[in-house]
Write a protein that binds this ligand. Structure first.
Ligand code: ADP
Length: 378
């Protein structure tokens, strides 16, 4: 059914009113990337008037920057990718206001399709400065609280060790048992504090990643040594398989050790007594793959998509009440990304899991940042 001219005018006016009433910033372009509409909220966020924006090339008005305040090349900009791919793209980026200030925005850009041809784009975006500030306050608080907790905790650790080792006189068997419980609880608390600090560093982009030649088997040997007692207490058959013991990569040994240590500790924790945990190192093309395989309880299929989310613990492990925070894999995923690699897994409930870490064999460009701190691993 075609519209009569006055009805068409009415529809057009209504569309205009609706567009201008959108509470978020909204902007449309034609197929050449020229701005065709910009609503009042977008004008207010960016500081450009309608007259200053309409008819201009979109990237000239909407200068886009990444989280490190680097200008995003035209080819990588969401608007270009949406137009070229015909897909809807949602991202968090920064736009430069007319007054020069960079503001973080959450945006969704969709190609406008007519008869399967893109004839322009529509973008909806929202100023998320407040959300960024709240996130930063949260991170700063965790960081401060963790540092404040760490100082008294080191005193507890030092003195418990001294008492346990008999530096302050002989102790009885029950006293020794109690002290061992204190030491293991403070160790756990210390690990949780390190995890929290490292997470805040990753989330604020201030983690330092070294680039030094490292021999992978040496790192894995250290991890295995550290987890040897935990494995033997559960009579777990714990071994390394490595076809080539000389594989060297340019990476950060401390970060890699933290990642593999995390995977190994999970494998031991979630494998019933007398099971098997195997670490394998194999080169594959331009990468090296480190896998940690266990014959443990596995991850239920419905939980698999959430395993790398913060605080997530699957029902099957929670039921068994094993201790855990649900932060280890979230941190490991972030750390592997910092190393320029990837972390993924396959798992079957009741049969076991395999976690894989891939790392580039050749040096990768690792982001440089202004404020960078070393990973906390003590
Ligand atoms: P947690 O402190 O709970 O171990 P992680 O972030 O390390 O936290 O792991 C998140 C969840 O993923 C675990 O609670 C568990 O449900 C699941 N998971 C991780 N590794 C394994 C594994 N090897 N076998 C079975 N489940 C695992």
């Amino acid at each position: 059914m075609s519209l009569k001219p006055h009805e068409y005018e009415g529809e057009k006016a209504l569309a205009e009113v609706l567009f201008n009433s959108i509470g978020d910033g909204a902007v449309t372009t034609d197929e050449f990337g020229k701005i065709t509409r910009i609503n009042p909220t977008a004008q207010q966020i960016l500081g450009y008037s309608e007259e200053e924006a309409i008819g201009k090339w979109f990237p000239d008005v909407f200068s886009a920057y990444d989280d490190e305040e680097q200008s995003i090349p035209l080819i990588e900009r969401p608007v270009t990718r949406a137009f070229v791919s015909g897909r809807i793209i949602s991202e968090k980026i920064r736009y430069k206001r007319k007054d020069g200030e960079l503001i973080p925005v959450s945006m969704t850009i969709s190609p406008i399709m007519v008869k399967e041809q893109p004839v322009g784009c529509i973008e909806i975006f929202r100023d998320i400065t407040k959300e960024y500030e709240i996130e930063k306050m949260k991170s700063d608080f965790i960081s401060l609280a963790s540092h404040q907790l760490r100082t008294p905790l080191s005193a507890v650790m030092t003195y418990s060790h001294m008492l346990l080792d008999g530096f302050m006189g002989p102790i009885t068997k029950p006293q020794s048992r109690s002290l061992k419980t204190i030491v293991s609880a403070t160790n756990r608390m210390n690990e949780t504090i390190s995890t929290l600090l490292n997470i805040t560093r990753i989330e604020s982009g201030s983690i330092a990643v070294a680039r030094k030649p490292i021999t992978i088997t040496r790192i894995i040997d250290e991890v295995v040594t550290e987890h040897h007692i935990a494995a033997s207490e559960k009579s777990i058959n714990f071994k390394i398989e490595s076809p080539d013991t000389s594989i060297k990569i340019i990476s950060d040994g401390v970060v890699l050790k933290e990642v593999i240590g995390n995977l190994v500790s999970n494998a031991i924790k979630y494998t019933p007594p007398s099971g098997k945990v195997t670490v394998n190192i194999s080169p594959k093309g331009s990468q090296v793959i480190i896998s940690v395989r266990d014959t443990g309880m596995g991850i239920p299929e419905e939980s698999q998509a959430s395993v790398f989310s913060k605080f997530f613990r699957a029902d099957n492990v929670v039921r068994q009440e094993t201790s855990g925070t649900g932060l280890g894999l979230y941190l490991a995923k972030g750390l592997v990304k910092e190393l320029g690699g990837d972390l993924w897994f396959t798992s079957k409930e009741g049969e076991g899991s395999i976690f894989y870490v891939s790392l580039p064999l050749l040096p990768q460009s690792i982001r440089t940042q202004t404020v960078r701190k070393s990973i906390v691993n003590e």
